[in-house]
Design a protein around this ligand. Sequence first.
Ligand code: C5P
Length: 296
Amino acid sequence: MPQSPPAKTMIVQSPAKLNIFLEVTGLRPDGYRELDTVMLRTQFCDQLSLQTLPDGMLRVQLTETTADSVRADFPLDSRNLILQAATALQLETGCRQGALITVHKVIPPQSGLGGGSSNAASTLLALNQLWQCQLPHDRLHRIAAQLGSDINFLLSGTRAAVCRGRGEIIQPFPICRTLFFVALRPPQGNRTSEIFHATSIPDAPRSSDEIVDVLTGKRSRPLERCCFNRLTEGAIHCNPEMARLLRQLELRLQRPALMSGSGSTCFVVARSFSDARHLKAVLRSLTGFPVWILRC
Ligand code: C5P
């Protein structure tokens, strides 16, 4: 009987993204919104452990130590973006290998931090290596764009980019310093499609040019004054608890409070790591919600 080759394994980090600027610039013929958004890759990561399986079999599971709060919103069937990404790679390459993917999940679903998209991007990159598909990056990007709007940014591995189109057209730019944000999420998450549909398209859209100039060091202005998210308008109607949280943060901290992506994660800009540590302690005791320092 022919023996299957020995299993190969790989462990990869799967980072969350943060939208520090997001404007809706139009409605596309395909029903999606045209975006002008600035995304940052954070160091807040899920961890994926991938092991090859024979016969094209694909399975995803969570580590035993993954928190129950995250577990409930993580489907283990074909709705899972990890399985969709692995299946798409098999179809694109004709690869007959399979994989068991074990996720240690810390990025909460429905939080606007792109956890699911990031898991899909990390899966594409890791399995392309593990299965020795050698698919070039442009073909991986084509698969990513078919699976979701945020995956291309996370696939690109870039630290910061302006993302246009549905979000899948990436223009990376250099950042001149390390950035710290303090983020927290109310118990109720947001559904992306619901938030997009509850947000109207502005007559005079804002541009990301100013925040990019500040991040690249071409212009000097406090970063928090340039952060913006159009989707907040829709999200505060859909998630009143999140709306209260944003107001509470602005009142208590006397600085702008923002939402990432379609929420429900809210964040403030910290001026340094020690400022971030101070804010984290204040926000934890004020709200009781999980609070993270996001380093970008
Ligand atoms: O692409 P993704 O699966 O992340 O999008 C989820 C939903 O968010 C879409 O089905 C769509 O309703 C909405 N969306 C949109 N315009 C975008 C991105 C997402 O309307 N640029």
